[in-house]
Design a binder for this molecule. Structure first.
Ligand SMILES: Nc1nc2c(c(=O)[nH]1)N[C@H]1C(S)=C(S)[C@@H](COP(=O)(O)OP(=O)(O)OC[C@H]3O[C@@H](n4cnc5c(N)ncnc54)[C@H](O)[C@@H]3O)O[C@H]1N2
Ligand code: MOO
Length: 398
């Protein structure tokens, strides 16, 4: 067993593209839409508010009746009833009339302003008005918040509570969103145990399973952690086949060329291995294959290699399936100190951002803190061996 052929990153990305996975759309209740990605542009089907409504408790009236009103010469209007929020107004106001109205109630026909309760007096069925009211005073016009037909949300938007509030205001009971891809996650290795298990000699707690599962969830997709497969054919095969219930399978560990590294031979036995080895550092021992038409990724065991390759290979696929647009977020920083890189391998160096500086983390890909402490990574091309202190670098944020 050995690496079949180490290929450039672009070739690995082409293979992933050739799986031909496309975003799927589903309609879900608004109740479940928070955090989901909108699959279509949304136009307002109604005016908001849907009717001219009172913004204060008081009296609806005809503004022109009040234009001559003053403290010394108040205007008297006849009170002809009361309209409360939720009522259907049947009254049509005529000159010289006013009607009691509560905040949120629809304005009756004829009325074009509302006088606040505190500003008027009532004597019997007479309203005494002491100042002029201009048209629309105390009124929120139909469509003044959102006008019918306006585009309010764009496809590919991850819905926040503000967006779901907007959709609710527009009366959407259901929303079209992109389906969440379902991903099976498997850690492999006789040495890997789960938190809660006793830490025997030679054992280590699982990092990759947790990291990948939660990275997938953070993107908005569904992750199913199937636990740890032992380094034997039966155990690995069982977990991989369990994983084929989902849209794709991600394994970590067992991807390099050691004698125990069975992942590649199992994929080959039941499907195809397209790639076994990518010319990047970290992350060289990576497998991309398929079984029963489902993509199967074998990521390296070293945690930082595993997470880097998840970020470079799997996350873009998941983002595409989730309907998310936009490239990796990048920032320009200055390198905090000189670093040496391996010639002939494209390197992704984890860095921490401190102010205007990108500080390289040199603990190696076997360290969990290489990615936990990192804010992102910088790319060093194959041809570059030295990056100088103070050099401008582009940091791809995690
Ligand atoms: N002869 C060669 N050996 C190795 C090569 C190579 O090119 N030729 N590459 C090295 C590099 S680089 C990497 S990266 C590792 C990756 O190897 P595997 O993918 O086979 O991973 P394992 O051997 O299973 O594990 C490596 C390391 O990571 C620990 N590990 C594995 N899974 C987890 C997990 N879920 N959580 C935490 N830690 C994990 C494992 O215990 C090992 O210490 O191969 C090198 N060897
Ligand atoms: O490829 Mo390993 O992933 O260099 O650390």
């Amino acid at each position: 067993m050995g690496f079949l052929k180490v290929v450039p990153l672009e070739e690995a990305l082409k293979v992933i593209d050739s799986f031909g996975l496309k975003p799927q759309i589903e309609e879900i209740p608004l109740e479940e839409a928070l955090g989901r990605v909108l699959a279509e542009d949304v136009k307002a089907p109604i005016d908001v508010p849907p009717f001219d409504r009172a913004t204060v408790d008081g009296y609806a009236l005809l503004s022109k009746d009040t234009w001559k009103a003053s403290e010394s010469e108040p205007v008297r209007l006849e009170i002809v009833g009361q309209i409360n929020a939720g009522d259907v107004p049947t009254i049509e106001l005529k000159e010289g009339q006013a009607v009691g109205i509560s905040t949120g109630a629809p304005l009756p026909k004829g009325a074009d302003a509302v006088a606040m309760l505190e500003e008027v007096d009532v004597e019997g069925d007479e309203l005494i008005v002491y100042k002029p009211y201009y048209p629309q005073a105390g009124v929120m016009k139909a469509g003044s918040d959102i006008v019918k037909g306006k585009e309010v949300l764009k496809a590919s938007k991850k819905l926040t509570f503000k967006d779901t509030a907007l959709l609710s205001a527009l009366g959407f009971e259901k929303v079209k969103v992109f389906k969440k891809p379902k991903v099976a996650v498997i850690s492999t290795g006789n040495e890997i145990i789960l938190p809660g298990d006793e830490l025997g000699v030679g054992k280590i707690y699982d990092i990759n399973g947790r990291a990948i599962t939660d990275a997938i969830r953070e993107l908005g997709a569904e992750a199913y952690f199937l636990g740890i497969a032992k380094d034997d054919e039966a155990s690995l095969k069982e977990k991989i086949f369990e994983g084929l219930k989902y849209d794709m399978v991600i394994l970590s560990g067992g991807a390099s060329a050691g004698v125990r590294d069975l992942t590649s031979s199992i994929i080959e036995a039941h499907g195809e291995v397209f790639i076994h080895g990518i010319a990047i550092q970290p992350g060289k021992p990576t497998i991309i294959g398929q079984i029963q038409g489902k993509p199967v990724f074998g990521l390296p065991g070293y945690p930082t290699s595993c997470l880097t390759n998840f970020t470079l290979l799997v996350a873009p696929l998941l983002r595409k399936l989730l309907g998310l647009k936009g490239e990796h977020r990048k920032v320009q920083k200055k390198l905090a100190f000189k670093v040496f890189s391996v010639k002939g391998r494209r390197q992704f160096l984890p860095v921490k951002i401190e102010g205007e500086e990108a500080v390289p983390i040199l603990k190696g890909s076997g360290a969990v803190t290489s990615f936990v402490d990192a804010d992102g990574f910088i790319e060093v091309p194959e041809t570059v061996e030295i990056l100088e202190e103070g050099e401008e670098v582009e940091v791809f944020l995690f």
